[in-house]
Design a protein around this ligand. Structure first.
Ligand code: GLA
Length: 740
């Protein structure tokens, strides 16, 4: 063939002359895919919504690999989205489109709510091997989120081995792109890291087996216009909605694109797919915003509250949790006293944490009894009935802690069912917390039934239980299932989470209104895989208000405040031993689902009065905090020593503004913070919440236009005007803004 002809043909193939473009849209976004029968599926565009006129003249990309879902084997040099070994040992797969369907659809969203949107399905198959792969894209009609997932079907006569199975792929054009993601560890979850994406591969992964959010997170943001900014600039957000091990890859090869892959972590998890079995990946949620990182967060929050989080639009109660107040020292009188105290401060719910259970082996500390979910009659002679009666007496609701996926080797459960725990054959049991904790094998249907029965028995016996704190304090430490056959051991991580999800679905079907917290040694379960079955999560076991500013800042990138349990705790703090005044501790806890984690008996009357006032005021702004739009204003990670954020109600009639001084130096100049998200033409009256100062702020009760507050901002005094003995080096403010 002549060179000129080859060039001409290449040109024709590279333009959209013969392309069949599918433009699926949310209110503000478009995802454009080129899909024609008999051909390969290609990615074309993801970003702000496109008109049909623009679509007609859209350029497709030349010179770079634009495969929508690259299988391994016929382009070995590129990173692949999926890989499999066919029954005859062939490691290559090729996928060509058989069918494309695009339809408007009403669906039941993951949290059970009704949703509508556009569902694009691209069915592909391998002409030589009968492997079928369907790519799904669901674009919501009322929130800016597209979920994509993949179904892999084995149509061969014998089983095949899946060795890679991404949920989805997104090419991102190179050019000063930054990645923001969360990292951390126990007590230090949700730390924010932002870095420029350089050539090579960045891998973000988890291998805990049970929890997946202590260290890295399965959610990321890409700032497309250089250094990340909160309220301006183009940002792509992505969240893999999965509770187990994940792997996110960002591969920057010799092309013009960064290739983002997200899916279950395939390490030690090769999957034997039987004839006609379909492997369904977890969804990957994609969003885009032109309003910076905070804009992408607002998209995640809105989608999360409406369609992902259990009861995502129902206001949360203000609670006292017993853990840091009494730890394992549970007894009936003590619980009654705590209930009385939280009720008298205006709280609405009391949660009895660890330490209430065990008959043959009473739970005195963390080394026994998990699995024996019967009341310790020595501690609670009148049982849960007595506690429910006392809660009623105080006019509040009652909640309880359990850790259903776990056992201790010192427990009646383990004595009866030693074969129910995770353990590798021919190996010693690896024991965790307290030296005796073990993980139950949720791949086993009998264990699934048992875990369901823990909640079901409690709720059947005590239907008035209003709240469950579901904990999970151990990882899969050694790889071994006593239930799965020796040739299916590699399915353990996947089957564990299938088992967990199936139990959660059964619980939610029967108890849709029960409030359930996902706790996992603190923030180990802040993920969109479990949240359709949980109302909230415990952000961290670290309740230190200063560190919580960082923890909650990072976590707010992907999760709404309504889901973030945030408690006022003791001073000195039990984790950091830092002493922070109550006012500051309250102001930090008030950015999320407010609660207390303290022994009120030890508080002074003044302290109780301050909490009472804070709870009363929180109730007046609760819908704005729990359901409002977040605007992060000044980062605690910046060097200017102020952290500030705000929530604005959807109709922009109300807002709550937070300001925290991060350290004190005499005569230091702190920045004036410009607000965001207000209506420039509306006038807002300022009222300080949780005020401790003897004099009100100069603008207390005064009104300012949204334009002034956003262009200028209010000057916040560096310190509080309080009597000498109450002075400290801490300073914080919470301002309520209401329209006239
Ligand atoms: C975990 C949780 C804590 C508390 C303890 C109880 O560490 O994160 O909040 O419930 O377990 O043992």
């Amino acid at each position: 063939m002549k060179k000129s002809l080859i060039i001409a043909l290449t040109f024709i193939m590279a333009t959209n002359m013969f392309a069949e473009l599918y433009n699926i849209q949310t209110p503000n976004m478009s995802l454009v895919i080129d899909a024609s029968k008999g051909k390969k599926a290609n990615f074309v565009y993801f970003g702000p919504q496109l008109s049909s006129r623009e679509l007609n003249s859209l350029q497709t990309t030349r010179g770079s690999r634009m495969d929508l879902y690259m299988p391994y084997g016929m382009h070995c040099t590129s990173e692949s989205a999926m890989a499999m070994t066919h029954a005859d040992g062939n490691k290559t797969t090729e996928l060509f489109i058989d069918n494309i369907s695009e339809k408007k659809q009403a669906i039941t969203a993951r949290n059970g709510k009704n949703a509508s949107g556009t569902h694009l399905i691209i069915d592909m198959s391998d002409p030589s091997y009968k492997t079928a792969v369907s790519l799904h894209y669901f674009a919501y009609s009322d929130v800016d989120m597209i979920e994509t997932w993949t179904e892999i079907k084995n149509k061969e006569k014998k089983e095949v081995l899946l060795t890679q199975y991404s949920s989805g792929v997104l090419p991102i054009r190179r050019g000063n792109v930054y990645l923001s993601h969360l990292y951390g560890s126990w007590g230090n979850e949700g730390r924010l890291s932002s870095e420029k994406i350089e050539p090579g591969m960045k891998v973000i992964k988890n291998r805990d087996g049970v929890r997946n959010a202590h260290t890295d997170h399965a959610e990321v943001m890409f700032s497309l216009d250089g250094t990340p900014t909160e309220n301006t600039g183009a940002v792509i957000g992505a969240a893999l909605c999965y509770s187990g091990n994940y792997k996110l890859r960002i591969d920057t090869d010799d092309s013009d694109f960064h290739y983002f892959f997200a899916g279950i972590n395939e390490d030690n998890s090769e999957y034997h797919l039987m004839p006609n079995e379909v492997f369904v990946t977890p969804p990957l949620a994609l969003t885009y915003s032109n309003e910076g990182l905070s804009g992408a967060s607002r998209n995640f929050h809105k989608w999360g509250r409406n369609y992902m989080l259990a009861n995502g639009n129902k206001e949360r109660k203000i609670l006292l949790n017993s853990w840091e107040g009494v730890y394992f020292d549970i007894n009936q009188k003590g619980m009654d006293q705590m209930m009385n105290d939280i009720a008298s401060m205006g709280g609405e719910l009391f949660v009895m944490d660890d330490g209430w259970f065990g008959d043959k082996y009473p739970r005195k500390t963390d080394n026994s009894s998990l699995g024996d979910w019967v009341v310790d009659k020595n501690k609670l002679p009148e049982g849960i009935e007595g506690l429910l009666r006392d809660a009623k007496k105080h006019g509040i609701k009652f909640g309880i802690w359990i850790e259903p996926e776990m056992a201790n080797t010192t427990s009646e459960l383990y004595e009866k069912h030693p074969d129910w725990i995770i353990k590798a054959s021919n190996r010693q049991i690896v024991q965790g917390r307290g030296g005796t904790q073990v993980v139950l094998d949720l791949s086993n249907p009998k264990v699934q039934d048992y875990v369901f029965s823990i909640v079901d028995n409690l709720m059947t016996k005590y239907p008035e239980i209003n709240y469950i704190k579901w904990d999970a304090n151990m990882s899969i430490a050694s790889h071994g299932s006593q239930y799965l056959s020796s040739d299916r051991q590699s399915h353990l991580y996947i089957e564990y989470h299938r088992g967990l999800e199936s139990v959660c679905k059964r619980i939610r079907a029967k108890y849709p209104d029960l409030t359930i917290q996902a706790c996992a040694s603190g923030g180990g379960r802040a993920n969109w895989g479990v949240l359709p079955y949980f109302d909230e999560f415990w952000v961290s076991d670290d309740t230190d208000a200063l560190q919580r500013i960082f923890l909650q800042w990072g976590t707010s990138y992907f999760f709404p405040s309504i889901a973030m349990a945030s408690h006022i705790s003791d001073a000195p703090n039990h984790q950091t031993h830092r002493t922070i005044p109550l006012k500051f501790r309250i102001d930090v806890a008030m950015t999320g689902r407010l609660g207390m984690e303290i022994q009120p008996k030890k508080m002074s009357e003044d302290e109780k009065a301050l909490c009472r006032k804070a709870i009363e005021e929180y109730k007046t702004v609760r819908p704005v905090i729990q359901m409002g739009d977040i605007y992060r204003l000044n980062s605690p990670y910046d060097e200017d020593n102020v952290a500030s954020l705000m929530y604005v109600s959807e109709n922009k009639n109300q807002a709550v503004f937070y300001w925290y001084k991060m350290r004190t130096f005499i005569n230091e100049h702190l920045p004036r913070i410009k607000m965001q998200g207000l209506d420039p033409n509306k006038y807002y009256t300022i009222h300080e919440l949780n005020r401790i100062d003897v004099r009100p702020l100069p603008y207390e009760g005064k009104s300012f236009s949204g334009a002034y507050l956003m262009n200028n901002g209010l000057d916040i005094p560096n310190n509080h005007s309080v009597a000498g003995q109450n002075q400290s080096d801490w300073s914080s403010r919470v301002l309520s803004l209401t329209t006239e």
